[in-house]
Ligand binder design. Sequence first.
Ligand SMILES: [Fe+2]
Length: 595
Amino acid sequence: MKILAITLEKCSGCAVLIDDKIVFSTSEERYSRIKSDSSFPRNSINDALSFSGLRGADFDKVIICGNRLSLLAPLMNEYSTFSVNDQIRAMEEYWYPNLVLGKNKSFLEVFKDKINLEQFPFNTEIGKKFDIFKLHNPYTEEDGRNVSNFFKQTIASLLEIEQEKIIHMEHDWCHAAYAFYGSPIRDDNTLIVTADAWGDDLSGTLSVYSKEKGQIERVKEYNHKDFQLARIYRYTTLILKMLANEHEYKVMGLASYYNGPVIEKVEKVFDKMLQNDGLEFIFNKDVLDIYDYLKNNLKNFRFDHIAAGLQSFTEKILVNWFSSAISKYNANSVVFSGGVSMNVKANMKISQIPKIEKFFVCGAGTDETLPIGACYHWAEMNGIQPKPLDTLYLGSNAAYDEKDISSLSQYTIKKFNSEEQILEQILKNKIIAVCRERMEMGQRALGNRSIIADPRTRFNVEKINNSIKKRDFWMPFAPVILSEYQDLLIENPKGIDSPFMTITFETKDGKNKFPAAVHQADGTTRAQLLKKEQNPILWNLIFKFYEKTGIPALLNTSFNLHGEPIVRTIQDALRVFDKSELEVLWLDEHIIEKK
Ligand SMILES: [Fe+2]
């Protein structure tokens, strides 16, 4: 069985499944070099074909993630070009009039200036025939069919296949299948939870895996108008003048700096909007516009108090909900995906629910992994039990020719022979940029497109920020820890696996042992727990570092310039190396140093 699945939403991209295994997955932003790019993922699809050696005709099915698609994301590149001010304008000039004043304003009309018809596929023969200005707001059923047809025609023409081969897959089915089959858990009665802001009119689902049937069965779903947790988090992010749908993690990072009595007062503002009662969510119908409600009700609170109150509210809602679901469906194993699963602090709280024995959150639970889930769900529907994702190294190779390197006379170039060479540099407090082998899928660098450093000194945080990252001052860096030696550094009594940096852990004296890779306010750490088979060379390097220092971890952050996507090719790596003040670049076969 060969499946190609495509997402056209935020962080557009694709995945390829052959039989029971995902062989490739990537996001368009890595090619266009535009962060969170949502334009049509033509480059991703081309790379998927060339990597897998398949042609369109070879696929049994081509799946578009989501049943109800909007043209807004690819047409306006909303997720990559809208600023905080644009988002506030959307709230004030589109959402408030429509939600509160009962007007019928068109998003296309309000943001005429953002429409880009010069891009693929709007600039093709198929695109030029499609009159986007005839669409209603919201789409009628016929509009929905026309939008679906437009994408199907585009994909059919690109892949040279029959349009009949292309199907849609419901948004939350993609999240659920990714949550379960991406995880190593295959226990009967595993509870599968999805939570996000919106996908095909839902914002959450509960499902249970039946081992006997070899299938996930949905047991409950939540309408996006009832379960609005993700929206509340999103619009609070915007109230704090950070980019909604992007910088929620910064609000989460900020939350740990305050732990006082005002949390309760802020929480009450959120409680008045959304209540949890066992498995149900009750949303206050008097709140017509969340952003407007927050603007009015949070105006007297300080930024850090708001962040802390929001995070506390989020954890309370999720822990109550998960606890109720675990009791109701009698589950001990739980998996989680969807945008809300990116809240690594809430994930820690969920993992601590006493009845949970196994908990797994697969990497990048936002919409960029919908294609992997779509492949999994289709395979399952056809009697195939997909294999877990052992790693997320699912993207392009960093392959290069010797001649690409030999012409770089401005640098000192050495052959890479042993991890000792890198270790020596790390122990000299050099910051190492890495571009080796296959690129990671998702927003976390897991050692192949990473910047690594000695985590024992806070000085290295400053050095990384000055040389490349320019990270907000309150945001922590995270470590890659040898899974086999994690007991030395973190509290993990249930032995929870976290290979993709999706859960925070309490540390054992982390602020002293590896201060550059823990949250400076609360001493927790969002660790990547690395097993040897996942990345043997990186594992060996960290093991050698452990032998010298007693710390089985390195600081690990993504290799990119501030505001850019993670590097993909060797050319990207060299450009960023050149533009930054990084001193050492480690490629597959070479170590490059600035003179
Ligand atoms: Fe989603």
